[in-house]
Design a protein around this ligand. Structure first.
Ligand code: PHE
Length: 339
């Protein structure tokens, strides 16, 4: 019996095949359900005890060599030029390609950037760790100004001069210091505020702020620019500006978009008013221009700022801001089809 197995092993080792079918036939012959190996395995119980060990070793050897042979032949076949041709098997189903997805914050940031770059705004960036001058003082918020409390600030260690920026207006200060008007720039980026985390607010979020400075820039220019933006991003063509206050702009306004009251969701998100607040804006305060070495007698400009999370929540009907930072794949994978 063992000799018979040895004979098979020799056969297996010398076996060669050129086609898929031949290999498959070989596999079935040895390793198939009714194949030679299974026959030997079935025979095992009839083998006298003292021969069992040698017999067992021999069939295992046969099994391993048959399996190896099949693998080797298959691999050779796959590598052989004849079978592969230049393009391989054209009828083979394509490999599934896993596409990644962008984070919704990136998607919305890119959309906003694109809309403004179409009307000549460039993109500027700056450090997340800022000094007091760029985040506050240059923006008309001197020390002890009560409006500093509007933005609960994270300070770095014990140095009150170094902080995590509370808005990307700091980038605009840097941009004005380094560039001469005309200025058209938007500053997307991550900002930090020491706020309690809830479904509506987080201590880390993202903003896009915009700045436009030139000769004779008016409030009407600002309104038209913002209207163009809301049309492009939301497809909504009605906005209203409500008087507001920011230390760095005068006059200042809050922009609401008319969202409509067509669906129950519209009703809920606008609290029954149809209007949604989307950004703050205003004419750059002359003090800010002066702080950045721009002559307010010669130039004027407007600025605006919005939270990306808030806009993404509106566009994608996301109920909880914390979803953006949990990195739950079930959430992230839903944005695969977006750009
Ligand atoms: N910097 C303001 C904020 O973070 C937004 C803003 C920017 C308002 C520019 C007016 C003009 O809340």
């Amino acid at each position: 019996m063992i000799d018979k197995i040895k004979g098979h092993i020799a056969d297996v080792e010398s076996f060669n095949a050129k086609t898929k079918d031949e290999i498959e036939a070989f596999r079935i012959k040895y390793l198939g359900k009714k194949g030679i190996l299974n026959e030997f395995f079935a025979e095992f119980k009839n083998v006298p005890n003292e021969e069992k060990k040698a017999f067992g070793q021999a069939i295992n050897e046969l099994k391993t060599s048959a399996q190896q042979k099949v693998n080797v032949l298959k691999e050779e076949l796959e590598n052989s030029q004849e079978e592969k041709g230049i393009y391989g098997d054209l009828t083979r189903p394509a490999e599934p390609v896993e596409i990644g997805s962008r984070h919704p914050i990136s998607i919305v940031k890119n959309q906003i950037t694109e809309i403004f770059s179409n009307i000549g705004f460039n993109v500027s960036e700056g450090p997340e760790m800022e000094d007091d001058w760029h985040n506050f003082t240059a923006l008309n918020l001197p020390e002890y100004h009560p409006a500093r409390d509007m933005q609960d600030t994270f300070f770095i260690q014990t140095d009150p001069d170094i902080l995590l920026r509370t808005h990307t207006s700091s980038v605009q200060v840097r941009y004005m210091e380094e560039n001469k008007p005309p200025i058209r720039t938007i500053s997307p980026g991550r900002v930090f505020r020491n706020e309690a985390i809830s479904a509506r607010s987080h201590c880390i979020f993202h903003q896009v702020e915009g700045l436009y400075i030139d000769k004779d820039v008016s409030f009407a220019d600002m309104k038209q620019t913002i209207l163009y933006f809301t049309k492009q991003l939301f497809g909504k063509s009605k906005i209203r500006l409500r008087p507001s206050y920011f230390p760095f702009t005068e006059p200042s306004a809050e922009v609401d978009v008319y969202w409509g009251l067509e669906t129950e969701t519209d009703y809920r998100i606008t609290k029954g008013t149809g209007w949604l607040e989307i950004m703050g804006c205003g004419m750059v305060d002359p003090n800010v221009l002066r702080n950045c070495n721009i002559d307010p007698q010669e130039y004027s400009g407007f600025a605006f700022g919005m939270g990306i999370e808030r806009i993404a929540m509106l566009l994608y009907q996301i109920e909880d801001i914390r979803m953006f930072y949990e990195n739950d794949l079930r959430f992230l994978e839903q944005f695969k089809s977006a750009l």
